[in-house]
Design a protein around this ligand. Structure first.
Ligand code: SF4
Length: 199
């Protein structure tokens, strides 16, 4: 199955429609030429309405962390975006977005990721993305995992907290995030997107 076939099948998915308050609407972006993958958690209501991921304050913060402007961030030929759950999952009764639907990533990630052979770097954005790649124990130790980014970078992974407004206060209490993690993130993103030297 080609990447295009898999993407079309994912966009038509209704597997967990009964659990989605706004109905199925998968939001993701994949391409065979993508060098950088943003593995995130699930679309919010704004992305559900517009169909465009990360067009909110969290997206602005993530772009700032990465050192990318909107044009480079939304360059579909270079930057792929794949949430852990492709559709907006609704709200928790006590507030906050519900977690990504658990049936989604096992069904779609292998089919969508296998053909993307040009990927050089995968950002694991938030606990759900970290849990999916590094395990639930790692996600429970978010601070340690983020601070230990260099050991994951060897495998082409870069774990990050979700860039929500709450993370501003989290980062303010952890000056190493801005001093050590963000410069390394920007250098890694820049290297992943750089063209190889000619010749
Ligand atoms: S969340 Fe995933 S599994 Fe559920 S309907 Fe959307 S694409 Fe299908």
């Amino acid at each position: 199955m080609t990447l295009e076939d898999s993407a079309a099948a994912a966009r038509a998915c209704t597997l967990c429609a009964a659990h989605l308050p706004l109905g199925p609407k998968p939001i993701f972006r994949v391409s065979r030429s993508a060098r950088l993958l943003i593995l995130s958690q699930a679309p919010g209501t704004r992305a559900h309405e517009s169909g465009i991921p990360w067009e909110d304050a969290s997206g602005d913060r993530l772009r700032d962390w990465m050192g990318l402007d909107k044009a480079r961030f939304h360059d579909a030929a270079r930057v792929a975006i794949l949430p852990t759950g492709l559709c907006y999952p609704g709200r928790l009764p006590r507030g906050g977005d519900a977690p990504p639907r658990p049936e989604c990533a096992p069904l779609w990630h292998p089919r969508l990721l296998a053909p993307m052979r040009s990927l050089r770097l995968t950002l694991l954005v938030g606990r759900h993305a970290i849990a999916g790649r590094l395990g639930a124990r790692a996600a429970a130790r978010l601070e340690d995992v983020v601070r230990d980014f260099a050991s994951h970078l060897e495998r082409g992974l870069f774990p990050l907290p979700h860039p929500s407004w709450r993370t501003k206060a989290w980062a303010a209490r952890r000056p190493w995030f801005e001093a050590e993690v963000l410069p390394a993130l920007r250098a890694s993103v820049s290297a992943a997107l750089a063209d190889p030297p000619a010749g």
